[in-house]
Each structure stands twice: as structure tokens, then as C-alpha cells.
Design a protein around this ligand. Sequence first.
Ligand code: FE
Length: 332
Amino acid sequence: MRFMQSIAVSAIFGLAASAISAAEVVVYSARNEQLIKPLFDAYTKETGVAVKFITDKEGALLQRLKAEGANTPADMLITVDAGNLWEAAREGLLKPVQSKTLSANVPASLRDPGNQWFGLSVRARTIYFNSQKVKPADLSTYEALGDAKWKGRLCLRTSKKVYNQSLVAMLMAEHGEAKAEQIVKSWVGNLATDPFPDDTKMLEAIAAGQCDVGIANTYYYGRLMEKKPNLPLATFWPNQQGSGVHVNVSGAGVVKYAKHEKEALALLEWLSSDKAQNLFADVNMEYPVNPGVKSDPVVAAWGSFKQNPLNVSKAGELQADAVKLMDRAGYK
Ligand code: FE
């Protein structure tokens, strides 16, 4: 892995050094190669612009962009979760761009109000339940998972994961800190077992009857059900009478010190377009961000739902406070 990466990196530096080459754009991506390569291949085929990329964990890519500063070969950063995108912007790693195409293709709540990053696919963090033990009518809201009837029946993923930090940040934005802390405490009091290291293990625990309900990202459910379609697991869309389902994005921004800024913006616009949105979203069982593009039929079959309209950048703004709140609430 590391060996492969160093080859990729030296290839990038080699290209940067050879300069004045044909049009190209260099991407740092926290999204896996298998998710982005088909897109970039399609883009190159359509435009003739070469896309060089490396993939790594989101934290490592941010560190790297910081360390490289003005010398970075990167033109675009792709990463998951508004919390990470917000952090990249706060660190001064991205540059604001003005684009009518992006404003039209990406709903305002799913992009940075300062235009430094743009959501490209949507994942919902919703409620899953054991369909042999729970009826949809038993469920209503995220908040109600703290009700006494769920004592010893709730499973959660660790609070260390950015997805839960963003979820709690959005609860804080909606309810204020004191009420949000009460809600998280009530969840902790209902846990059937220690928090899980990932969404998939948590979903499997629900299916196995270790607990009855939990919260996970939609695409983990999709992947698991693709492998094990008979699991007694079902989706519930909470807060439909109120604030809506918590959504987050994977997205991208143009790097502050991009050497190919125009090319990076053109690629970003293309990624938000009708042509690319299904390629971007469907391969990871996510929802297209562009409201004019239909979801993959497998994803659409989970049903339609009202999304929380709060700007996802709130998840970034309140993330540090959310981490402290979860710690006080005893959410491990
Ligand atoms: Fe994930």
C-alpha cells in the first residue's frame, strides 16, 4: 500500500516537474480508488484532461496538504463528511470558487456558504431496526431513542467517528447544548452494549438480536443487505414531522495552492453534473446531490424522506463542542 502510494506520489511530482504538459488535474482523495477511478476515466475520455490522484485517510490528506503548503501538487481535495470539509476550509487549505454551475447543481444546504467546498453525494444517517422485534410505529425520532422503552435495546457506533460527531453537532444546532446533552445521555442510558467500531458491526448486532435499534449511514445498510439480503433489518426515516433525517455529504473543494485551478474547477463542475452524479453516488449506494438526478433503483427502494435542511457546515462548526458534549454524556 505504502509502496504503491510512493510510486503514485513520485509520479505526481514527476509530472509537476515536467510542467507545461497537456491539461491535467491532481486530486487528493479520501474516497477509495474503486469509487473514483471510473469517474476520472470517464472524465478523461470525455475531455482529454488527465486526472492524477492519490488516495489516503482524510486526516492524513489534510496533514499532507498542510505540510506541503504552496508546494503541494494537489489541485482538488475529495473527502467525506462536512466535518472534514469544514476543517479543511478552516485550516486554509481550500480556495473559494464562484460557479453558477455548482450553485445550480448543489443545494445550498449541502455546500459551504463561503464556496470553499461542495457536497457531491448525500448519505443519510438514519435509524435501522430489527424487523422481527420492532414495528415502524414504535419509532419516531432520534430524540425518542432515549425513551425508557428502549432501555437495553439500543446500539450505537463509537463517538470517535466523525459521523456521530456531525450527528450530535446537528442536534446541538437544533436544540441547544443543554437539551442535546440530555438526549445523548438518554441514548447512553439505553445502550445494550458498548459502542461498536463501525456501522456494519452495529447493523449485524441488530440483525443478530443483540439489540433492536441503532443509527447508521444508509450505504452501510446497502452493502450489508447486498451480501446478506435475508437479514431482518429495516430502515426507518425519523423526524419526518419535524426537522427531517440527518444527512451528510462526501464532497470536494479546489486546493488553495492549486497549480491547475481552472481544470480543478471544471472537474468539480463536471462531478456535480447530470452525467457524473450517478457514477459518483451509485457506486457507493449514496444519493446524488443534484436534485435533478435520480437515485440508483436499489437506493430509491429504501423510500423517500424529508432531509434536515440545516446547512451541513454546522456539523463542522459545532464538532469540537459535540466531542466534549459526548464525553460529558459518557458516550464512549
Ligand atoms: Fe463511511
